[in-house]
Write a protein that binds this ligand. Structure first.
Ligand SMILES: [Zn+2]
Length: 89
């Protein structure tokens, strides 16, 4: 007996099905980015975005917005660490 492991990792069949569901909307130019609320141009790079705790899909977002959100979190963590370092010093 074989078990599918891709679905349990969050990027399996259901993710692909959701992406397929949004694809016609994005390609028609009617989708709004879940992060910046600006329209996603047909043919633009986009991703099916998750909420920050990755518990649910929030819809399509620009790839740049998605990446920026991840980076902002990393930067905030880095700055928080830097602030403590400065205080210690
Ligand atoms: Zn955006």
């Amino acid at each position: 007996m074989t078990r599918a492991t891709t679905t349990s990792r969050g990027y399996g069949a259901s993710h692909q099905r959701m992406r397929e569901k949004y694809k016609p909307l994005v390609e028609s130019g009617q989708a709004l980015c879940a992060r910046c609320q600006e329209p996603i141009a047909p043919g633009a790079l986009w991703e099916l975005d998750h909420s920050d705790d990755r518990s649910e899909y929030i819809g399509p977002s620009h790839r740049t917005c998605n990446r920026r959100a991840g980076q902002a979190k990393a930067t905030a963590a880095r700055m928080a660490k830097a602030a403590t370092t400065v205080r210690d010093w």
